[in-house]
Ligand binder design. Structure first.
Ligand code: NAG
Length: 247
């Protein structure tokens, strides 16, 4: 609630000092001043003529008189206890709702002279987050979550091969096929679980980028008839490992 009060300070109050725009959830003091001197048992009445019953709040010398109060303002209104002595007849309205947008009338009622209208306050309560902002937030969250899932389970989308060889063989071919045609400056990277096995960039091998362990032991297949074939020849195969081909 305290935070909301800060928002109230940022309000736009029009020249007529009676039209106010607020966000839902905040509390707001509807201003009203009135000299009650010489009145006989006066009643301060805050009302909304578009409602039935119209009473938003009533206050007398003895205290608040809320038996005629409209249900929707139940527990959300208060006035200063010494309002009739000081003439500060302002109404504290809390937890503003969109349906509170209306014109509020502050008047004073006296048994002899009847009802005197003192002030009209026009209130416009706005949604803090319009529905398009909410929709955008939901969309963003969905995007992030699905992106995260896709990243987490990326190996399930990759094509995997299990290549088994006898320990005595000289070399092994690790298959990798690109479905699309690669651009000339494409970079192909073969990795084991943590080392760079082979790097191929801009149309040539990059032995300076590969791990020492694989120096002179790798050869990428470059076949002009099959430009998508990025299979790697490894010799000799040493141990069981998972090799990843990335373009
Ligand atoms: C309005 O009423 C609320 C709830 O009783 C209270 O927290 C808030 O301080 C009041 N505002 C002012 C300015 O008195």
């Amino acid at each position: 609630m305290k935070m909301f009060v800060v928002f109230v300070i940022l309000l736009h109050v029009s020249q007529h000092a009676s039209a106010v725009e607020l966000y839902e959830g905040v509390s707001f003091i509807l201003p009203c001043q009135g000299d009650t001197f010489g009145l006989f048992d006066p009643t301060v009445v805050w009302s909304r003529s578009d409602l039935s019953p119209p009473t938003v709040h009533q206050h007398q010398h003895q205290g608040d008189e809320l038996k005629d109060q409209n249900q929707r303002y139940s527990g959300r209104t208060s006035m200063k206890t010494d309002a009739l002595e000081t003439g500060d007849l302002s109404l504290n309205l809390t937890d503003l709702q969109l349906s509170d947008s209306a014109t509020y009338t502050c008047s004073i009622r006296d048994k002899r002279i009847g009802q005197i209208r003192l002030t009209d306050v026009q209130l416009e309560v706005k949604e803090r987050f319009p529905s398009w902002v909410k929709a955008l937030l939901v969309l963003l969250v969905l995007l992030v979550v699905s992106g995260g899932l896709l990243f987490h389970f990326r190996q399930y989308f990759m094509k995997g091969y299990k290549v088994g060889v006898e320990s005595a063989v000289e070399s092994v071919l690790l298959p990798c096929q690109a479905i699309v045609c690669l651009p000339k400056d494409a970079k192909v990277e073969w990795m084991d679980s943590y080392r760079k096995v082979h790097v191929y960039k801009n149309g040539s091998d990059r032995p300076e980028e590969q791990d020492q362990f694989y120096k002179g032991r790798t050869k990428i297949k470059r076949n002009l008839l099959e430009p998508g074939d990025l299979s790697l020849t490894l010799k000799p195969p040493t141990d069981t490992n998972t090799y990843t081909c990335t373009v």
